[in-house]
Design a protein around this ligand. Structure first.
Ligand code: SAM
Length: 256
């Protein structure tokens, strides 16, 4: 019975196919690669990746270290990582990093909410460099443990120096201990823009967050905080993400 439920939740995770930008489906889904370099080259060729800076970061952080299924690690699609969630599709990682790139300077501070496999947090850490900080928060302890193992495969030093830090917590509270942040990425859909995260953004900072209900129209929202604290919100495109939710709702009764 437990096995059946587990398989059902994995299938459910895959069916949700969140992290798919609806309007750009065709272009993005042509980007599969046989290895990490080929995947990154295809994302650049199809103009999903727009800058060498981000392409280099995605070359440096090998998606194969973060995906559970080695056969499909370089497909441009979300992959199940357990606990009813996935590592997001490479094109969504690329869009998010491009949207945040000017807010991830050397020495900058970054927050990744719903860090899951740890892939995007590691990319953000590579961008802000050894003088910067990238903080990842996920509410599933086993995923945080797994993300630490994933990062250790090739980027152990980032964890040792504190350049990259991964914590268990409710991402809706952010991580006030290292705030304010130049860039905040939210990897799960919030029904409404989480105010605590906006509060932890620096003046001049940028937040990217999918907003909308599960199975409903969701939009990837850019939020820029101006020097005077006012907010400018820009809708990018339609997406399907899993919800930013309670741990119990995401994975009922199975995490102590
Ligand atoms: C689509 S997955 C993205 C994972 C990550 N960006 C990646 O590519 O590996 C969304 C993640 O958000 C997490 N999540 C959902 N609600 C959360 C909450 N309230 N606090 C922290 N994490 C949450 C899930 O556990 C999951 O790991």
């Amino acid at each position: 019975m437990a096995l059946i439920r587990r398989v059902e939740s994995l299938i459910d995770g895959l069916l949700k196919q969140y992290a798919l930008p609806i309007r750009r489906r065709e272009m993005a889904w042509r980007c599969h690669g046989k290895n990490n370099d080929e995947l990154v080259n295809n994302l650049s060729r199809h103009n999903v990746l727009k800058t060498e800076r981000i392409a280099n970061v995605m070359r440096k952080i090998d998606r194969g270290d973060f995906a559970m299924c080695t056969d499909t690690a370089y497909d441009d699609a979300p992959q199940a990582i357990g606990f009813a969630v996935t590592i997001s599709a490479p094109h969504m990682h690329a869009y998010a990093l491009e949207a945040l790139r000017d807010h991830l300077p050397e020495g900058g501070r970054a927050l990744d909410i719903g860090s899951g496999s740890g892939y995007l947090t590691a990319c953000m850490a590579a961008m802000v460099g050894p003088r910067g900080r990238a903080i990842g928060v996920d509410h599933i302890p086993q995923l945080v443990e797994m993300s630490v193992k994933n990062v250790k495969k090739k980027n152990k030093k980032m964890l040792e120096t504190g350049q990259l830090q991964l914590f268990v917590g409710d991402g809706r509270d952010g991580y006030p201990g290292e705030a304010p942040y130049d860039a905040i990425h939210v990897g799960a859909a919030a029904e409404e823009l989480p105010t605590k995260l906006v509060d932890q953004l620096k003046p001049g900072g940028r937040l990217v967050c999918p907003v909308g209900k599960e199975y409903d129209d969701q939009v990837l929202l850019l939020v820029d905080k101006k020097a005077d604290g006012s907010l400018v919100k820009t809708k990018l495109f339609g997406v399907r993400y899993v919800p930013l939710t309670d741990r119990e709702k995401q994975y009922p009764g199975r995490i102590s």
